[in-house]
Design a protein around this ligand. Structure first.
Ligand code: PHE
Length: 475
């Protein structure tokens, strides 16, 4: 199917409509980042201070960058580096600016490799809850009669089983491969148009259920009580990194999706919808998970175990716990898959352009490479926990491959990618060209330009310095 209003002579594969683009982009943004990483980061970084700074980052940094990325993609109509190059050339500037997007493509590839590992855990928990449902029936709580310690032990015992970890990772990446290899309109768009609505229905049902059965007001005050003393450089960097991760920014993903958008779509309006929906889901995910965790009397201090250990314990004492638990992880799977396809699409589109290979071939190469790297990440939780090749750098001290990939992408590559994007759109690309794409006018356009030219680069550079340098220096 041709991109809506595509200007190319040959019909290109692209979104069939504006709503298809919105669903796919929201699908990319809403994922494990919202359901798993956001509550865990909020928990690990002291709750309210992190959350409020996060909202500030989304509105003033994330949203302007999101518009910049989709705009680059739509004007360039190509893979991310090629789009940047075309715009640089049209503006009479050095074509080396494409390096900015090449780093992004690398970033997407690195995120893909560890994202599919966590996607594998989600598959595992679907299996665990399905089995529980069959053995205990619909009405009672999950895991009836089993001590909480048993439920908590599910995750470490999964980590201890290297073969299973690798197998689940392969299963998740293979599903992603299947859809990406089918193309934009019949693969990626298909996933988004079926799974995102299903996700939203399940999500609302479970959040309402959590609000009525869990400790809702406790969760509310935990997430929204602002304590300025907790806002350290590290917390700010974590919030910015989380905002980029959650909005799929700084890794060429949104540039790639932007290239499949028709000329008739207003990018500013759709960017607002995407950022708004993503943030609403992140906050609601907090209000879905924390009440259940608090009701079970558990600590909120986050980390990866929040969704995979504390939450399942929470489901134990809740009516219909096993059904809701099963639906919860099915819903997370839907969200994760609509994100992993976008992570795979950025390097696939690049390779397809660069090496002039067919889409299935490009997808296959990306999949195999990410699969191999992901195996190192998967095994870093147990078998390869001592393999810390970057441990000599204080930022990665004590980190296995999974944590290294997570840190280097969210705390280094994504902020740097975003700074470069802001500088490129704000200062390098020709104004006429930017004006014709952004869908803004008057005062709003001025505000956006100010944010992209000044606030985004300066704020990001400051946050990078206060956030990264102490850890680089080992302070
Ligand atoms: N935004 C996705 C999530 O929240 C992850 C992602 C990051 C997807 C970067 C694409 C690019 O889960």
């Amino acid at each position: 199917m041709a991109a809506t209003g595509s200007s190319g002579a040959k019909a290109r594969d692209g979104w069939s409509s504006r709503s298809a683009f919105i669903l796919a982009a929201v699908g990319s943004a809403v994922g494990l980042g919202n359901m798993w990483r956001f509550p865990a980061e909020a928990g690990a970084n002291g709750g309210g201070a992190f959350v409020l700074f996060y909202i500030f980052c989304v509105a003033l940094i994330g949203l302007p960058i999101l518009l910049s990325e989709t705009l680059i993609g739509r004007h360039g109509q190509s893979s991310a580096p090629e789009s940047v190059r075309r715009i640089a050339k049209e503006s009479g500037k050095s074509s080396h600016w494409d390096t900015l997007a090449s780093f992004g493509v690398l970033g997407a590839f690195l995120v893909l490799s560890f994202y599919c590992v966590v996607g594998g855990w989600v598959l595992y928990y679907i299996g665990v809850f399905a089995q529980d449902l069959f053995s205990t029936g619909v009405t009672g709580g999950a895991f009836e009669g089993r001590p909480a310690g048993d439920i908590e032990a599910l995750l470490p015992s999964l980590f201890g089983n290297g073969g299973l970890m690798v197998g689940l990772h392969i299963a998740f990446i293979a599903i992603t491969f299947y859809f990406v290899s089918r193309g934009v309109s019949s693969g990626i768009e298909w996933v988004a148009t079926w799974l995102m609505p299903a996700f939203f229905v399940l999500f609302l049902l479970i959040t309402i259920y959590g609000a009525f059965t869990g400790a809702f007001s406790e969760a509310l005050s935990y997430l929204f009580t602002f304590d300025a003393s907790k806002l350290t450089g590290a917390v700010m960097l974590a919030a910015v990194g989380q905002a980029f991760f959650s909005l799929s920014l700084g890794v060429a993903g949104m540039m790639t999706y932007g290239a499949y958008v028709g000329r008739d779509v207003n990018l500013a309006g759709t960017s607002g919808i995407i950022a708004g929906a993503d943030t609403a889901v992140a906050l609601l995910a907090g209000l879905c998970i924390f009440p259940i965790v608090f009701a079970a009397g558990l600590e909120p201090n986050g980390g990866p175990g929040l969704m995979f250990q504390s939450l399942p314990i929470g489901f134990q004492s809740m009516p219909f716990g096993s059904v809701v638990g099963l639906l919860f992880f099915v819903m997370v799977f839907f969200a994760a898959l609509t994100s992993s396809v976008s992570l795979m699409e950025a390097p696939t589109a690049w390779l397809k352009d660069k090496a002039k290979v067919t889409r299935p071939m490009a997808t296959l190469i990306v999949t195999v490479a990410a699969l191999l790297l992901g195996i190192l990440a998967a095994l870093s939780f147990n078998d390869l926990s001592d393999f810390q090749p970057f441990g000599f750098i204080p930022l990665f001290e004590g980190q296995g491959m999974f944590d290294v990939l997570d840190t280097v992408t969210s705390k280094v590559l994504m902020p740097i990618g975003a700074i470069m994007t802001a500088l490129f759109v704000g200062w390098v690309a020709e104004r006429r060209l930017i004006d014709s794409e952004n869908g803004l006018s008057g005062g709003l356009e001025k505000v956006w330009l100010f944010l992209v030219r000044w606030l985004c680069p300066l704020a990001l550079i400051t946050i990078l310095i206060v956030g990264i340098f102490p850890s680089i220096l080992g302070e």
